[in-house]
Design a protein around this ligand. Structure first.
Ligand code: TYM
Length: 338
């Protein structure tokens, strides 16, 4: 069976870009009988960006509830919190010792942080935590711990996948017989531009641009309010619109069939008002996520249920990780004397 693995940082709430780009395809994939899915909450990674314990705690509950509300079946999928798998930080260390600093120096996220510090006249060595610098090593450990064949991620994560492949190759070359490598080389999938959902202003939907449509938080009201803020030109109802002049039609497309999208675009060309178009978009999105939001709210009211599901998931994950890590420890020379 093909192993597919992906994770989401638990640093805040999710938007429909996360849903369309990561959650929905991962859940669809997990229903394929030829796929073994590993989906997890990257809550150790979250500490890099967020040092507010209450926010971390809430976010991991929200994101756990989101996955389940969106249809993840914990019986079929190995669904867990990264922090519940102590084998991952241990593998992180083994990989740290075979990855070069030079490789990590090239990471986009690290370089962006250095550039920002320099631009602000600050010392980059003081601004960059070791966690941020070593982000790709921990991510490689997440992926290699379960020997994932495919990792569905957005464009921004492709470099991290290349680094994970590099780590796998280095470790295999150093420690594995040529015909019996420990790690398969993971492949990034789904990282095409089409799957990057634009936000209210047309740029990639992202918390850091403040242009998101929240997935569940704030309910239908927050959905309508966000959609009302989609940037459009000032053409009046009755005037023909260019469907590509705003992100409205692309957002519609993410929730509609090809025929529905074609019809919607035609109506814009024929003069549908922006206000009415926005109402239609909100209806379309809510038809899909409304029922999920109800399940989400139910799950959020039952943290003990979430806890039980995640602990069962951690058990399944560790049943794989514990013996595999033992093999790796032996390979590097860390084994009992007798
Ligand atoms: P994170 O939490 O930043 O993002 C989660 C996923 O959502 C995708 N995404 C989008 N897709 C389409 N359109 C958008 N506007 C959009 N915004 C975000 C991201 O590309 C990502 O796939 N490093 C990872 C978390 C991680 C991980 C891993 C992933 C940790 N370990 C191991 C895979 C395997 C991250 O930053 O995701």
């Amino acid at each position: 069976k093909k192993r597919v693995l992906t994770g989401i940082n638990t640093t805040g709430t999710l938007h429909i870009g996360n849903y369309v780009g990561a959650i929905r395809p991962a859940i669809q994939d997990s229903r394929n009988p030829d796929v073994e899915s590993f989906l997890f909450l990257a809550d150790l990674h979250a500490l890099i960006k967020c040092q507010d314990p209450a926010r971390i705690e809430r976010s991991r509950m929200q994101i756990a509830a989101t996955w389940l509300a969106c249809g993840l079946d914990p019986e079929r999928v190995v669904f867990y919190r990264q922090s519940d798998i102590p084998e991952i930080p241990t593998l992180n260390w083994l990989l740290s010792c075979v990855m070069s600093k030079g490789l990590l120096n090239r990471a986009h996220a690290y370089k962006a942080k250095v550039d920002a510090a320099v631009a602000a006249g600050r010392d980059p060595d003081a601004d960059v935590s070791m966690g941020l610098f070593c982000y790709p090593v921990l991510m490689a450990a997440d992926i290699l711990m379960f020997n994932a064949n495919e990792v569905p991620v957005g464009h921004d994560q492709i470099q991290h996948l290349e680094m994970a492949r590099e780590a796998a190759q280095r470790f295999n070359n150093l420690y594995a017989p040529a015909d019996k490598p420990f790690f398969v080389l993971p492949q990034a999938t789904g990282g095409s531009d089409v799957e990057v959902l634009p936000g209210l202003d047309g740029r990639k939907m992202s918390k850091s641009y403040n242009n998101v449509i929240p997935l569940f938080e704030g309910g239908r009201k927050a959905l309508d309010e966000a959609i009302a803020r989609i940037v459009t030109d000032s053409r009046l109802p009755g005037e023909p619109k260019d469907p590509d002049s705003s992100s409205l039609a692309v957002l519609y497309q993410a929730f509609a069939t090809a025929e529905e999208t074609a019809a919607f675009r035609q109506e814009l060309c024929d003069g549908l008002g922006w206000g009415d178009a926005k109402k239609r978009l909100a209806e379309k999105i809510d038809a899909e996520i409304g029922p999920m939001r109800m399940r989400y709210e139910e799950l959020m009211a039952h943290p003990e249920k979430l806890e039980e599901i995640l602990q069962a998931g951690a058990k399944k994950a560790r049943a794989i990780a514990t013996p595999f890590l033992a093999d790796l420890m032996h390979a590097v020379g860390l084994k009992s004397f007798t």
